[in-house]
Design a protein around this ligand. Structure first.
Ligand code: 8YV
Length: 332
């Protein structure tokens, strides 16, 4: 019997997803949560036709060239800035991501961070745990209103829209947004969101949340100059990607109270966190968990696996990023 084609799972995933893949492929899996070095990744990918990756594995022209049998890379993430998609297309490697299955869960978490940041949840908990709570006072940990305030959203894809709905319908917020391209009128109406330019967004938002994909153009889209345009009472939440915010500039602004507070789920160079962010009190810090419910993480892993299976068995991936190469230069 001919042996099955081989694939690599670059990070530990749920056992039943591995079994699902084993029905079709010889599966090699990184059984740890340690990220392969670039050299290890290339070594492990030798002879593999497919790979499941996460945001931590860089897949670019060098990887494609060093792994000539590789036909498909499936990211267990909606963001795909770890892929050089044009280079993969040029090399004939199909790339996929996991849109939709994480939208609502990630929007829930975005809202959790808005709430926690505005209402000083972790700062006040640390105070209590440290045994410092010995009396109550009228203005103790007084934060910013969320209901009825102005929610600013930078990046208005699926997740941005889901956050807009929560803000407008659940919290009676006035929602403004800025995006590379304006939404159609029906979607704007459904999200109850008004398009504004970036300067207006920065100036008017009481709570600004970042939900845009990372790209070289978006590097430090929020730096000292942008923070300076925000209200001193405003909060900033980043659930998008590290590198979109200049973390050093943000830490300084928080220390100097040039904005009230921030909530961060993603960091430049994570899992390292800028040391200055660890010492300012007015920031809520979480370790890149916006999509982390068991149900959603399972759905993401399943979709990535199904993309590999669908492409390698029938040539029809479910959520491709470069479908245009199929039949026109894709590796066979
Ligand atoms: C992932 C994310 O869990 O989907 C994304 O883009 O940021 C998270 O949901 C993370 O990137 C691991 O791949």
């Amino acid at each position: 019997m001919p042996s099955k084609p081989a694939i690599l799972i670059a990070r530990k995933v749920f056992p039943d997803i591995v079994d699902h893949l084993r029905a079709h492929f010889e599966v090699e899996m990184n059984d740890t949560d340690d990220v392969y070095s670039p050299a290890q990744l290339i070594e492990r990918l030798q002879g593999k036709v497919g790979a499941l990756t996460t945001g931590s594995e860089r897949i670019d022209a060098a990887v494609a060239a060093a792994c000539p049998q590789l036909r498909v890379v499936a990211n267990i993430a909606v963001g795909f800035n770890n892929f050089d998609v044009p280079a993969l297309s040029a090399a004939g490697v199909l790339a996929t991501n996991t849109p939709d299955v994480l939208t609502e869960t990630t929007a829930d978490f975005g809202f959790a961070l808005i709430m926690a940041t505005a209402r000083r949840l972790t700062e006040s908990e640390h105070f209590l745990r440290a045994g410092q709570w010995n009396r109550w006072s009228l203005d103790m940990f007084a934060g910013a209103e969320v209901h009825g305030s102005t929610l600013g959203i930078l990046g208005m894809g699926r997740i941005g829209q889901a956050i807009a709905r929560r803000g407008a319908l659940g919290f009676g917020m006035k929602v403004i947004y800025h995006n590379r391209s304006r939404l159609d009128a029906a979607t704007e109406a459904e999200c109850r969101a008004r398009y504004v330019d970036k300067a207006t967004l920065l100036r008017e938002a009481d709570h600004l949340i970042l939900v845009l994909p990372y790209s070289a153009e978006n590097h430090h889209a929020i730096g000292a100059a942008e923070i300076a345009q925000m209200k001193p009472t405003a909060t900033l939440v980043n659930i998008a990607r590290g590198g979109i915010v200049d973390d050093a500039a943000l830490a300084q602004a928080l220390r100097e109270r040039r904005i009230a507070a921030a909530g961060l789920d993603v960091f430049e160079g994570e899992p390292k966190v800028h040391p200055d962010l660890l010492t300012v009190p007015n920031v809520v810090l979480t370790p890149h968990i916006a999509s982390a419910t068991m149900q959603t993480r399972r759905a993401m892993a399943k979709l990535a696996a199904d993309n590999v299976i669908a492409y390698l068995t029938e040539g029809r991936p479910i959520t491709p990023l470069n479908a245009e190469i199929i039949g026109k230069g894709a590796r066979e």
